[in-house]
Design a protein. Structure first.
Length: 136
């Protein structure tokens, strides 16, 4: 299962490193150690926490649209993967946005999509493509 350093978790949640540390100290977010023995947060736990934050957040009305983009990319965490014999339904949390993609099971398996995996939803019209960025 992937783990994320405190800085990475803060970036994904859209908060400061100090905020993530306060959540860890308050036992709202569990902390573990990565392979190098550094503090890290389990990807699945971080994905569940991102969903919890999004559900409790107040969202302002966006107002009128001044311009739009034909292509959007959302970085987030996979929160759920439902597979059958042919298709897979992949859900992601990107900030306050829940994104759902339908893809072949083969694609989901090749991308190794599981809750807690960092991914990018590339959206073009009604098609959502999930990408996995290279991690060092």
């Amino acid at each position: 299962m992937p783990t994320f350093r405190v800085r990475e978790a803060a970036e994904l949640l859209g908060v400061s490193d100090d905020t993530v540390r306060r959540w860890v100290d308050a036992k709202r977010l569990p902390i573990t150690s990565d392979a190098a023995g550094r503090q890290a947060i389990d990807g699945a736990a971080l994905a569940a926490f991102a969903q919890e934050l999004a559900a409790s957040a107040e969202r302002p009305e966006p107002g009128p649209v001044l311009s739009e983009s034909a292509r959007n990319r959302f970085v987030g965490l996979v929160t759920r993967v439902l597979r059958d014999t042919v298709m897979a339904q992949v859900e992601m949390q990107s900030g306050g946005h829940r994104i759902v993609s339908l893809m072949s099971r083969e694609a989901a398996d090749e991308l190794q999509l599981e809750p807690g995996v960092l991914a990018i939803a590339a959206i073009k019209s009604t098609n959502v493509v999930i990408e996995v960025p290279q991690r060092n």
